[in-house]
Design a protein around this ligand. Structure first.
Ligand code: MN
Ligand code: MN
Length: 466
Protein backbone atom coordinates (compact mmCIF):
# COMPACT_ATOMS: atom_id res chain seq x y z
CA UNK A 1 0.00 0.00 0.00
CA UNK A 2 1.69 3.21 -1.13
CA UNK A 3 0.38 6.70 -0.67
CA UNK A 4 0.78 9.42 -3.27
CA UNK A 5 3.76 11.72 -3.49
CA UNK A 6 3.21 14.57 -1.01
CA UNK A 7 4.08 17.30 -3.51
CA UNK A 8 1.06 16.48 -5.66
CA UNK A 9 -1.34 16.95 -2.73
CA UNK A 10 0.01 20.22 -1.36
CA UNK A 11 -1.84 23.48 -1.93
CA UNK A 12 -0.11 26.82 -2.30
CA UNK A 13 -0.56 27.47 1.42
CA UNK A 14 0.93 24.07 2.25
CA UNK A 15 3.97 24.87 0.14
CA UNK A 16 4.38 28.27 1.77
CA UNK A 17 4.15 26.73 5.24
CA UNK A 18 6.50 23.96 4.19
CA UNK A 19 9.11 26.44 3.03
CA UNK A 20 8.88 28.34 6.31
CA UNK A 21 9.33 25.13 8.31
CA UNK A 22 12.29 24.10 6.15
CA UNK A 23 14.03 27.47 6.43
CA UNK A 24 13.62 27.23 10.21
CA UNK A 25 14.93 23.67 10.08
CA UNK A 26 18.00 24.58 8.01
CA UNK A 27 18.79 27.45 10.35
CA UNK A 28 18.67 25.06 13.30
CA UNK A 29 20.94 22.60 11.47
CA UNK A 30 23.47 25.39 10.93
CA UNK A 31 23.36 26.44 14.58
CA UNK A 32 23.39 22.90 15.95
CA UNK A 33 26.22 20.80 14.58
CA UNK A 34 26.97 19.02 17.86
CA UNK A 35 24.72 17.65 20.58
CA UNK A 36 25.82 20.49 22.88
CA UNK A 37 24.98 23.15 20.30
CA UNK A 38 21.62 21.48 19.63
CA UNK A 39 20.85 21.28 23.36
CA UNK A 40 21.61 24.95 23.97
CA UNK A 41 19.61 25.91 20.89
CA UNK A 42 16.64 23.85 22.11
CA UNK A 43 16.83 25.55 25.52
CA UNK A 44 17.11 28.99 23.90
CA UNK A 45 14.04 28.37 21.72
CA UNK A 46 12.13 26.90 24.67
CA UNK A 47 12.93 29.86 26.92
CA UNK A 48 11.63 32.19 24.20
CA UNK A 49 8.34 30.30 24.53
CA UNK A 50 8.24 30.71 28.31
CA UNK A 51 9.91 27.50 29.44
CA UNK A 52 11.66 27.54 32.82
CA UNK A 53 14.35 25.24 34.17
CA UNK A 54 12.71 22.54 36.32
CA UNK A 55 15.19 22.20 39.20
CA UNK A 56 15.54 25.96 39.69
CA UNK A 57 11.76 26.28 39.71
CA UNK A 58 11.49 23.58 42.38
CA UNK A 59 14.25 25.15 44.45
CA UNK A 60 12.45 28.48 44.45
CA UNK A 61 9.42 26.60 45.77
CA UNK A 62 7.20 27.67 42.88
CA UNK A 63 4.04 25.62 42.43
CA UNK A 64 3.71 23.67 39.18
CA UNK A 65 0.32 23.76 37.51
CA UNK A 66 -1.43 23.03 34.21
CA UNK A 67 -0.02 25.10 31.37
CA UNK A 68 3.42 25.42 32.97
CA UNK A 69 6.36 24.77 30.69
CA UNK A 70 9.52 23.30 32.16
CA UNK A 71 12.78 21.92 30.88
CA UNK A 72 15.67 19.85 32.14
CA UNK A 73 19.13 20.18 30.60
CA UNK A 74 21.27 17.15 31.30
CA UNK A 75 25.00 17.97 31.30
CA UNK A 76 24.48 20.40 28.41
CA UNK A 77 23.85 17.50 26.00
CA UNK A 78 20.30 16.22 26.48
CA UNK A 79 17.06 18.10 26.98
CA UNK A 80 13.60 17.14 28.21
CA UNK A 81 10.76 19.63 27.74
CA UNK A 82 7.49 19.28 29.64
CA UNK A 83 4.26 21.13 29.10
CA UNK A 84 2.04 20.30 32.08
CA UNK A 85 -1.50 19.21 31.25
CA UNK A 86 -4.74 19.39 33.22
CA UNK A 87 -4.82 15.68 34.02
CA UNK A 88 -2.48 14.15 36.63
CA UNK A 89 0.89 13.18 35.12
CA UNK A 90 0.42 9.68 36.54
CA UNK A 91 -2.32 9.17 33.93
CA UNK A 92 0.41 9.30 31.31
CA UNK A 93 2.17 11.73 29.00
CA UNK A 94 2.53 12.13 25.26
CA UNK A 95 6.21 11.96 24.46
CA UNK A 96 8.11 12.92 21.31
CA UNK A 97 11.64 11.54 21.45
CA UNK A 98 14.66 11.80 19.16
CA UNK A 99 18.44 12.04 19.39
CA UNK A 100 20.68 15.03 18.76
CA UNK A 101 24.09 13.34 18.46
CA UNK A 102 25.28 12.49 14.96
CA UNK A 103 28.12 10.41 13.55
CA UNK A 104 31.34 12.42 13.47
CA UNK A 105 35.03 12.29 14.27
CA UNK A 106 36.21 13.18 17.78
CA UNK A 107 39.58 14.64 18.74
CA UNK A 108 41.52 12.36 21.10
CA UNK A 109 42.61 13.42 24.59
CA UNK A 110 46.31 13.58 23.61
CA UNK A 111 45.72 14.84 20.09
CA UNK A 112 48.44 17.16 18.80
CA UNK A 113 51.34 15.61 16.93
CA UNK A 114 53.56 16.43 14.01
CA UNK A 115 54.98 14.19 11.35
CA UNK A 116 57.37 15.04 8.53
CA UNK A 117 56.31 18.62 8.08
CA UNK A 118 52.63 18.45 9.01
CA UNK A 119 50.74 18.97 12.26
CA UNK A 120 47.72 16.79 13.03
CA UNK A 121 44.98 16.11 15.52
CA UNK A 122 44.76 12.43 16.37
CA UNK A 123 41.11 11.30 16.27
CA UNK A 124 38.66 8.56 17.16
CA UNK A 125 35.47 8.38 15.12
CA UNK A 126 32.05 8.39 16.79
CA UNK A 127 29.19 6.24 15.53
CA UNK A 128 28.99 4.11 12.42
CA UNK A 129 30.68 5.75 9.44
CA UNK A 130 32.11 4.74 6.08
CA UNK A 131 35.55 6.15 6.88
CA UNK A 132 36.51 6.82 3.25
CA UNK A 133 33.58 9.27 2.95
CA UNK A 134 35.20 11.64 5.44
CA UNK A 135 38.43 12.28 3.55
CA UNK A 136 39.13 15.15 1.17
CA UNK A 137 36.16 17.31 2.23
CA UNK A 138 36.25 20.59 4.18
CA UNK A 139 35.83 19.92 7.90
CA UNK A 140 35.06 22.18 10.85
CA UNK A 141 35.96 21.87 14.50
CA UNK A 142 33.25 22.36 17.14
CA UNK A 143 33.26 21.76 20.86
CA UNK A 144 34.45 22.80 24.26
CA UNK A 145 37.69 22.90 26.19
CA UNK A 146 37.07 22.78 29.94
CA UNK A 147 39.86 24.31 31.97
CA UNK A 148 40.97 23.54 35.52
CA UNK A 149 39.93 27.01 36.66
CA UNK A 150 36.31 26.03 36.03
CA UNK A 151 35.87 28.01 32.83
CA UNK A 152 34.89 26.42 29.54
CA UNK A 153 36.04 27.68 26.16
CA UNK A 154 33.68 27.18 23.24
CA UNK A 155 35.31 26.36 19.94
CA UNK A 156 33.82 26.74 16.47
CA UNK A 157 36.25 26.97 13.57
CA UNK A 158 35.40 26.45 9.93
CA UNK A 159 31.84 27.75 9.56
CA UNK A 160 32.37 31.44 8.82
CA UNK A 161 33.41 32.49 5.33
CA UNK A 162 36.72 33.86 6.63
CA UNK A 163 37.49 30.86 8.88
CA UNK A 164 40.08 28.26 7.96
CA UNK A 165 38.85 24.69 7.48
CA UNK A 166 40.50 21.30 8.01
CA UNK A 167 40.82 18.12 6.00
CA UNK A 168 41.61 14.42 6.32
CA UNK A 169 43.87 13.63 3.40
CA UNK A 170 43.52 10.73 0.98
CA UNK A 171 46.05 9.16 -1.35
CA UNK A 172 46.18 10.51 -4.90
CA UNK A 173 44.54 8.18 -7.40
CA UNK A 174 47.76 7.94 -9.42
CA UNK A 175 49.44 6.02 -6.61
CA UNK A 176 46.39 4.27 -5.22
CA UNK A 177 46.50 1.00 -7.12
CA UNK A 178 47.06 -1.01 -3.97
CA UNK A 179 44.57 1.05 -1.93
CA UNK A 180 41.83 0.78 -4.57
CA UNK A 181 42.08 -3.02 -4.52
CA UNK A 182 41.28 -3.09 -0.80
CA UNK A 183 37.85 -3.69 0.70
CA UNK A 184 36.01 -0.38 1.28
CA UNK A 185 36.11 -0.93 5.06
CA UNK A 186 39.92 -1.06 4.92
CA UNK A 187 40.64 1.70 2.41
CA UNK A 188 41.02 4.24 5.21
CA UNK A 189 41.86 2.92 8.67
CA UNK A 190 40.56 4.43 11.91
CA UNK A 191 44.04 5.51 13.01
CA UNK A 192 44.70 7.19 9.67
CA UNK A 193 41.60 9.36 10.00
CA UNK A 194 43.67 12.21 11.44
CA UNK A 195 42.97 15.85 10.88
CA UNK A 196 45.48 18.05 9.07
CA UNK A 197 45.87 21.25 11.11
CA UNK A 198 49.16 22.85 10.11
CA UNK A 199 52.21 23.06 7.88
CA UNK A 200 54.05 26.10 9.24
CA UNK A 201 56.68 25.74 11.97
CA UNK A 202 57.15 28.21 14.79
CA UNK A 203 59.80 30.78 13.95
CA UNK A 204 63.11 29.68 15.36
CA UNK A 205 64.10 31.43 18.55
CA UNK A 206 66.15 30.70 21.60
CA UNK A 207 63.46 29.17 23.74
CA UNK A 208 62.69 26.62 21.05
CA UNK A 209 66.23 25.41 20.35
CA UNK A 210 66.01 22.31 22.51
CA UNK A 211 62.78 21.08 20.88
CA UNK A 212 63.45 22.14 17.33
CA UNK A 213 61.95 18.93 15.93
CA UNK A 214 58.53 19.88 17.31
CA UNK A 215 58.37 23.35 15.77
CA UNK A 216 55.10 22.64 13.92
CA UNK A 217 53.37 21.41 17.01
CA UNK A 218 54.80 24.35 18.96
CA UNK A 219 53.26 26.75 16.46
CA UNK A 220 49.83 25.10 16.75
CA UNK A 221 49.99 25.26 20.54
CA UNK A 222 51.06 28.91 20.39
CA UNK A 223 48.05 29.75 18.21
CA UNK A 224 45.71 27.88 20.56
CA UNK A 225 47.20 29.62 23.56
CA UNK A 226 46.84 33.05 21.97
CA UNK A 227 43.31 32.45 20.65
CA UNK A 228 41.72 30.45 23.44
CA UNK A 229 44.08 30.73 26.38
CA UNK A 230 44.50 26.96 26.53
CA UNK A 231 47.57 24.79 26.85
CA UNK A 232 48.28 21.29 25.61
CA UNK A 233 47.12 19.60 28.83
CA UNK A 234 43.71 21.24 28.49
CA UNK A 235 42.91 18.81 25.67
CA UNK A 236 42.57 16.19 28.43
CA UNK A 237 39.29 17.84 29.41
CA UNK A 238 38.12 18.84 25.95
CA UNK A 239 35.32 17.58 23.73
CA UNK A 240 36.17 18.62 20.21
CA UNK A 241 34.14 17.23 17.34
CA UNK A 242 35.12 17.24 13.68
CA UNK A 243 32.10 17.74 11.41
CA UNK A 244 31.61 18.70 7.78
CA UNK A 245 32.07 22.45 7.31
CA UNK A 246 29.33 24.58 5.80
CA UNK A 247 25.63 25.12 5.86
CA UNK A 248 22.54 23.11 5.06
CA UNK A 249 21.64 23.62 1.42
CA UNK A 250 18.64 23.23 -0.84
CA UNK A 251 19.15 20.24 -3.08
CA UNK A 252 17.99 19.83 -6.69
CA UNK A 253 17.03 22.15 -9.51
CA UNK A 254 13.51 22.04 -8.08
CA UNK A 255 14.83 22.77 -4.56
CA UNK A 256 12.68 19.91 -3.29
CA UNK A 257 15.28 18.40 -0.97
CA UNK A 258 17.80 19.39 1.70
CA UNK A 259 21.45 18.34 1.76
CA UNK A 260 23.01 18.72 5.19
CA UNK A 261 25.20 17.16 7.84
CA UNK A 262 23.60 15.57 10.90
CA UNK A 263 20.05 15.10 9.68
CA UNK A 264 20.27 11.78 11.57
CA UNK A 265 18.64 12.58 13.86
CA UNK A 266 18.24 16.33 13.98
CA UNK A 267 15.56 16.05 11.33
CA UNK A 268 13.39 14.32 13.95
CA UNK A 269 14.75 16.36 16.88
CA UNK A 270 13.96 19.75 15.39
CA UNK A 271 10.61 18.76 13.87
CA UNK A 272 9.58 17.29 17.25
CA UNK A 273 10.79 20.46 18.95
CA UNK A 274 8.88 22.70 16.53
CA UNK A 275 5.67 20.72 17.10
CA UNK A 276 6.13 20.96 20.87
CA UNK A 277 7.02 24.67 20.99
CA UNK A 278 4.23 25.67 18.63
CA UNK A 279 1.72 24.31 21.17
CA UNK A 280 3.21 26.38 23.98
CA UNK A 281 0.24 28.73 24.22
CA UNK A 282 -2.36 25.98 24.61
CA UNK A 283 -3.31 24.24 27.82
CA UNK A 284 -3.66 20.56 27.03
CA UNK A 285 -5.35 17.77 28.99
CA UNK A 286 -2.38 15.44 28.81
CA UNK A 287 1.14 16.48 29.81
CA UNK A 288 3.32 16.80 26.73
CA UNK A 289 6.99 15.98 26.59
CA UNK A 290 9.76 16.40 24.05
CA UNK A 291 12.84 14.37 24.83
CA UNK A 292 16.02 15.11 22.87
CA UNK A 293 18.90 12.91 23.88
CA UNK A 294 22.58 12.29 23.26
CA UNK A 295 24.68 9.14 22.64
CA UNK A 296 22.17 7.22 20.49
CA UNK A 297 24.84 6.60 17.87
CA UNK A 298 26.97 4.69 20.35
CA UNK A 299 24.21 2.72 22.04
CA UNK A 300 22.38 5.31 24.20
CA UNK A 301 24.86 4.75 27.04
CA UNK A 302 26.29 7.29 29.48
CA UNK A 303 24.74 9.93 31.70
CA UNK A 304 23.31 11.84 28.73
CA UNK A 305 22.05 8.85 26.71
CA UNK A 306 18.55 7.41 26.89
CA UNK A 307 19.75 4.64 29.24
CA UNK A 308 20.45 7.35 31.81
CA UNK A 309 17.82 7.92 34.50
CA UNK A 310 17.79 11.70 34.05
CA UNK A 311 14.40 11.61 32.32
CA UNK A 312 12.85 9.29 34.89
CA UNK A 313 14.25 11.52 37.65
CA UNK A 314 12.65 14.58 36.07
CA UNK A 315 9.30 12.79 35.82
CA UNK A 316 9.62 11.77 39.49
CA UNK A 317 10.20 15.41 40.46
CA UNK A 318 7.17 16.50 38.44
CA UNK A 319 4.93 13.81 39.93
CA UNK A 320 6.11 14.73 43.44
CA UNK A 321 5.46 18.43 42.75
CA UNK A 322 2.03 18.01 41.19
CA UNK A 323 0.63 14.89 42.91
CA UNK A 324 2.67 13.33 45.68
CA UNK A 325 6.07 11.80 46.25
CA UNK A 326 5.29 8.25 45.16
CA UNK A 327 7.39 5.79 43.18
CA UNK A 328 4.22 3.97 42.19
CA UNK A 329 2.78 7.12 40.63
CA UNK A 330 6.04 7.66 38.73
CA UNK A 331 5.78 4.14 37.34
CA UNK A 332 2.18 4.79 36.37
CA UNK A 333 3.14 8.07 34.68
CA UNK A 334 5.68 6.24 32.55
CA UNK A 335 3.70 3.10 31.78
CA UNK A 336 0.56 5.10 30.91
CA UNK A 337 2.48 7.26 28.46
CA UNK A 338 2.56 6.98 24.70
CA UNK A 339 5.53 7.87 22.63
CA UNK A 340 6.75 8.48 19.11
CA UNK A 341 10.40 7.54 19.24
CA UNK A 342 11.65 9.21 16.11
CA UNK A 343 14.76 8.50 14.15
CA UNK A 344 15.69 8.60 10.51
CA UNK A 345 14.60 5.76 8.29
CA UNK A 346 16.54 4.36 5.35
CA UNK A 347 15.03 6.07 2.32
CA UNK A 348 14.63 3.91 -0.78
CA UNK A 349 17.46 4.68 -3.17
CA UNK A 350 16.83 3.45 -6.75
CA UNK A 351 20.58 3.35 -7.38
CA UNK A 352 20.93 0.81 -4.57
CA UNK A 353 17.60 -0.94 -5.03
CA UNK A 354 18.94 -4.38 -4.15
CA UNK A 355 19.29 -3.40 -0.46
CA UNK A 356 15.57 -2.67 -0.15
CA UNK A 357 12.32 -4.58 -0.35
CA UNK A 358 10.17 -2.12 -2.21
CA UNK A 359 6.79 -2.90 -0.61
CA UNK A 360 8.21 -2.23 2.85
CA UNK A 361 10.66 0.56 2.13
CA UNK A 362 10.40 4.22 3.15
CA UNK A 363 10.25 6.64 0.23
CA UNK A 364 11.22 10.28 0.27
CA UNK A 365 8.28 12.69 -0.12
CA UNK A 366 5.79 10.08 1.06
CA UNK A 367 5.39 11.34 4.58
CA UNK A 368 6.12 10.38 8.15
CA UNK A 369 7.60 6.89 8.41
CA UNK A 370 6.56 4.34 11.02
CA UNK A 371 8.65 1.26 11.72
CA UNK A 372 6.70 -1.33 13.69
CA UNK A 373 10.06 -2.86 14.49
CA UNK A 374 13.72 -2.29 13.68
CA UNK A 375 16.53 -4.64 14.71
CA UNK A 376 18.45 -7.10 12.59
CA UNK A 377 18.60 -10.85 11.89
CA UNK A 378 15.08 -11.77 12.90
CA UNK A 379 14.15 -8.42 14.53
CA UNK A 380 16.84 -8.91 17.17
CA UNK A 381 17.21 -5.92 19.49
CA UNK A 382 14.00 -4.32 18.30
CA UNK A 383 11.13 -2.63 20.00
CA UNK A 384 8.11 -4.21 18.31
CA UNK A 385 5.20 -1.81 18.69
CA UNK A 386 1.85 -3.27 19.67
CA UNK A 387 -0.80 -3.65 16.95
CA UNK A 388 -3.44 -1.94 19.10
CA UNK A 389 -1.20 1.10 19.56
CA UNK A 390 -0.52 1.25 15.83
CA UNK A 391 -4.26 1.19 15.15
CA UNK A 392 -4.67 4.18 17.48
CA UNK A 393 -1.88 6.06 15.69
CA UNK A 394 -3.48 5.31 12.31
CA UNK A 395 -6.71 6.79 13.61
CA UNK A 396 -4.93 9.92 14.90
CA UNK A 397 -2.95 10.44 11.69
CA UNK A 398 -5.89 9.73 9.36
CA UNK A 399 -8.18 12.07 11.30
CA UNK A 400 -5.62 14.86 10.97
CA UNK A 401 -4.99 14.15 7.27
CA UNK A 402 -1.33 13.24 7.79
CA UNK A 403 0.45 11.26 5.09
CA UNK A 404 2.49 8.39 6.49
CA UNK A 405 4.08 5.13 5.45
CA UNK A 406 5.09 1.92 7.19
CA UNK A 407 8.54 0.61 6.42
CA UNK A 408 11.44 -1.58 7.42
CA UNK A 409 15.12 -0.69 7.42
CA UNK A 410 16.17 -2.50 4.23
CA UNK A 411 15.72 -6.10 3.20
CA UNK A 412 15.58 -8.89 5.74
CA UNK A 413 19.12 -9.99 6.71
CA UNK A 414 20.82 -7.19 4.77
CA UNK A 415 21.57 -5.18 7.90
CA UNK A 416 19.69 -3.32 10.59
CA UNK A 417 19.86 -0.77 13.33
CA UNK A 418 18.55 0.31 16.70
CA UNK A 419 17.00 3.40 18.26
CA UNK A 420 15.89 4.58 21.71
CA UNK A 421 12.42 3.02 21.46
CA UNK A 422 13.27 -0.24 23.22
CA UNK A 423 14.64 1.66 26.22
CA UNK A 424 11.38 3.55 26.75
CA UNK A 425 9.48 0.32 26.19
CA UNK A 426 11.06 -0.96 29.42
CA UNK A 427 8.60 1.22 31.32
CA UNK A 428 5.76 -0.67 29.69
CA UNK A 429 4.59 2.34 27.69
CA UNK A 430 3.29 2.28 24.14
CA UNK A 431 6.14 3.36 21.90
CA UNK A 432 6.80 3.06 18.20
CA UNK A 433 9.74 3.91 15.96
CA UNK A 434 8.78 6.71 13.65
CA UNK A 435 10.63 9.37 11.78
CA UNK A 436 11.75 10.68 8.43
CA UNK A 437 13.35 8.85 5.52
CA UNK A 438 16.76 10.08 4.33
CA UNK A 439 19.26 9.03 1.69
CA UNK A 440 22.99 8.66 2.45
CA UNK A 441 22.36 8.10 6.15
CA UNK A 442 25.55 8.58 8.25
CA UNK A 443 27.42 10.13 5.30
CA UNK A 444 28.92 13.61 5.82
CA UNK A 445 25.93 15.06 3.96
CA UNK A 446 22.51 13.40 4.15
CA UNK A 447 19.50 13.96 1.88
CA UNK A 448 15.96 14.63 3.04
CA UNK A 449 12.74 15.77 1.37
CA UNK A 450 11.35 19.16 2.35
CA UNK A 451 7.87 17.70 2.12
CA UNK A 452 8.73 15.05 4.71
CA UNK A 453 10.13 17.67 7.08
CA UNK A 454 6.84 19.53 6.90
CA UNK A 455 4.74 16.38 7.18
CA UNK A 456 6.76 15.31 10.24
CA UNK A 457 5.93 18.57 12.03
CA UNK A 458 2.25 18.11 11.09
CA UNK A 459 2.27 14.49 12.23
CA UNK A 460 3.95 15.23 15.57
CA UNK A 461 1.53 18.09 16.18
CA UNK A 462 -1.40 15.77 15.47
CA UNK A 463 0.00 13.24 17.94
CA UNK A 464 0.40 15.86 20.69
CA UNK A 465 -3.04 17.34 20.09
CA UNK A 466 -5.03 14.09 19.74
MN1 MN B 1 19.52 7.93 14.39
MN1 MN C 1 22.27 6.92 13.20
Amino acid sequence: MKKDNLWLGYTGTDKKNMNEVCERYKECLDKGKTERECASLAVELAEEKGYKELYGTLERGEAIKAGDKLYVLQMNKSVALFQIGRKPISEGMKILGAHMDSPRIDVKQNPVYEKEGFAYFDTHYYGGIKKYQWTAIPLALHGVIAKKDGTTVRVSIGEKEEDPVFVITDLLVHLAGEQMAKKAAEVVTGENLDLLIGNCPLEQNKELEKEEKEALKANILKILSETYGVEEEDFLSAELEIVPAGKARDLGLDRSMILAYGQDDRICSFTSLFAMLDLADEITDTTLCCLLVDKEEIGSVGATGMESRFFENAVAELVAATERDSQLLVRRALSNSMMLSSDVSAGYDPLYASAFEKNNAAFLAKGLTFNKYTGSRGKSGSNDANAEYIAELRRIMDNAGITYQFAELGKVDVGGGGTIAYIMAKYGMNVIDSGVAVLNMHAPYEVSSKADVYEAVRGYTAFLKA
